[in-house]
Write a protein that binds this ligand. Structure first.
Ligand code: NAD
Ligand code: 89V
Length: 344
């Protein structure tokens, strides 16, 4: 099969990881980059040797023959850019958070579906190898039927120096980080019927909440707790590790700090090191996230080749995004929020 021709829109902080990953992936390459900021366009264009550069996405779509576009801008621009891709019939990857609102996200899914254009949300955390390892244990049946889960991300890492916009939004940790944890909970325990949320802001220098605790009823009867914090100072900083506990009818799974996976089943306990590999271009502590970028982008190329729907398609991500919206509603009302009503 001929190599897929892709373009990257948004050459900021995280896009550099996506560009490295595209270089590692067989079957696709980035032929053009776009950013409205000339400095970022120049930095990324030069670093990855991309000669075709556009300041305006409309010009990019009008000028290039593309097999896909990878949108790595922040959320406010996602809807117009995804809808533009749909108009040009170009398959599209969109970074998380999918959109500023659930209404926007639904409209983006509809635009791509009406145009017959594949749409994947770059929801990469479930692609981290330690999380995939947890999923594999569940699939093996070793712990029986899961009835409880905890997905936990607690840290005091300074995310604001790399991503200063995170300090400014009225919504912070659920929209930016909790969205990953909520998606992992769905990935491991299935879709959710009800969510109850409490939030608090500890850091006085930011606008949004930096601590969130969520209790969820999954449709299969399991209960989970998703908790995240950027105000938790620990002896050893765990960023960006997601810690997981799952209790099942026949045993338990614990993914502990240091990528230590403990599985207890009917035949005893096994402890496995599930540390992610350090790719040649990656740097600690981000290597876990960086490896997952390669995995999700490879998945996209495989899906385009086979004509299958990506695991985190736009339609799938509506379920995760609805949890974000529901969490904010519930944090305000202090009432449980039913997902079905939001997803209608
Ligand atoms: P950033 O602000 O550093 O980069 C965004 C870039 O997009 C900027 O250079 C900006 O000029 C450009 N841009 C914005 N609107 C544009 C438009 N309409 N046309 C062309 N260029 C435009 O942001 P970032 O930290 O790289 O984050 C980008 C996205 O990636 C965010 O949605 C963020 O949540 C997400 N992110 C995801 C992960 C992950 O693991 N999945 C990690 C970090 C960030
Ligand atoms: O993955 C993300 O979206 C990042 C970070 C891990 C720093 O929260 O913003």
């Amino acid at each position: 099969m001929a190599e897929l021709r892709g373009a990257l829109i948004g050459c900021g902080f995280f896009a550099v990881n996506q560009m490295h990953a595209w270089r590692d992936i067989e079957g696709a390459s980035i032929v053009a980059v776009c950013d409205r900021d000339p400095e970022r366009l120049c930095i990324v264009g030069d670093q990855f040797g991309i000669a075709k550069r556009y300041a305006d996405a409309a010009e990019l779509f009008a000028s290039e023959r593309l097999d896909f576009v990878d949108i790595a801008t922040t959320a406010p621009s996602h809807r117009p850019l995804v809808e533009m891709a749909a108009r040009y019939r170009v398959p599209v990857i969109c970074q998380k958070p999918f959109a500023p609102t659930l209404a926007d996200a639904k409209a983006m899914v509809k635009a791509c579906s009406d145009a017959g254009v594949p749409l994947m949300v770059h929801e990469n955390f479930r692609w981290q190898s330690p999380i995939q390892a947890v999923r594999a244990v569940l699939d093996s049946g070793k712990i029986g039927t899961p009835f409880f889960g905890r997905v936990s991300f607690r840290s005091a890492y300074d995310v604001f120096s790399g991503q200063p916009y995170l300090a400014k939004g009225k919504r912070f940790i659920i929209e930016d980080l909790g969205i990953h944890s909520l998606d992992i909970a769905r990935f491991l325990l299935g879709d959710v019927s009800t969510i109850t949320t409490r939030t608090v802001r500890i850091n006085p220098d930011i606008a949004g909440e930096d601590v969130a605790t969520m209790l969820m009823d999954h449709k299969n009867g399991a209960t989970s707790v998703v908790d995240c914090s950027y105000a938790t100072k620990l002896a050893v900083e765990p960023f960006p590790e997601t810690l997981i506990e799952i209790d099942g009818s026949d045993g338990t799974i614990r993914l502990a700090q240091g990528y230590r996976l403990t599985v207890t089943g009917k035949s005893g306990t096994k402890i496995i090191d599930v540390s992610p590999p350090l790719l040649p271009w990656a740097s600690r502590p981000w290597h876990n996230i960086q490896e997952s970028v390669v995995a999700i982008q490879q998945h996209w190329v495989d899906c385009l080749a086979k004509g299958t729907e990506p695991a985190t398609s736009g339609a799938d991500n509506l379920q995760t995004f609805a949890l974000v919206e529901a969490a904010y509603l519930g944090a305000q009302s202090h009432e449980p929020v039913h997902l079905d009503a939001l997803l209608k």
